[in-house]
Design a binder for this molecule. Sequence first.
Ligand SMILES: [Mn+2]
Length: 324
Amino acid sequence: MSFKEVVEAIRNMHGTVLVLTHHNADIDAMASAVALSQGLSQLGLDTSIGVAESVAKVAKKVVGDVKILINPDCSKYDNVILVDTSVPEQLAAVKNLRADIIIDHHPAGPLVQAAKVVCVEPFSRSTAQIVYSLLKDMDCTVDKSLATVLAAGIVADTAHLRFAGLPEFEVLTELLRIGADYGEVLSLLTTPADPSDIIAGLKAASRMQLWKVDDILIAISKLGSHEAPAARALQKLGADIAIVAAIKEDEVRISSRASDRIAEYEIDLSEIFNKVGELIGGTGGGHPTAGSANGTDTKAVDNAFEFILKAISKKVGKPYKKLD
Ligand SMILES: [Mn+2]
């Protein structure tokens, strides 16, 4: 289906419209939904915005005081336009889920099958840039504030332009010409950190033990809670691998974060934490650069730490040494 046909299909819509997006909706999802719904209103359509479950904390600023429906009922609308996803699992809480039109930049998911109009562009780095092109072709007015919101979507989904290519920079330049305020874009993208997360990070740092395997720095610490943000904080400080245990009365949780360079040594934290789970009388797993485990054997924590160091040492083929 050509872009022109998509524009025509949207233009020829009648009745009420629900612009719907995925659970824990991020900045790109919300920017796309807000901008599209404003464009549709300009065309005289009665438009609502809905999300599954919730809007992510980081996207609250982009939404501002625009009304967002949580878990709407699709059967109440003549048209449902789905943005930034085509995967039903991300919309499980939505009632009578249906997608007539799909606008997305992820690889096509199962909902594409039944949709009448599909505009899926996996080469676009954001849905916001697709929405901008649609609005332009529909002759909608993109004012300064809408341009700022759309720019926020692009900047967010490209990790502050790190993954942006020529198409993203071109759209961004157009948005800046319209009057998007880049300072405002950056402020839409920043959310103040949770104070308890900051404290956890600082405490973990003050109690940390530092180890080295070849040139890999491993930071290990113990806390009472907030192990995941603390591990992230230690990684931000420069540890290649950060491991933090939260030890409670009858429960222990261990969380880890690592930089991508551990892949060079074929270290997979999900594999290691699978075993860690067994060691602490529970279960574990995760991702190659973010392993975690929960268990009930609070006395096994030091054993678990030693196991992790040994596992890393084995992969690298060098001993582990403590740094004082
Ligand atoms: Mn997106």
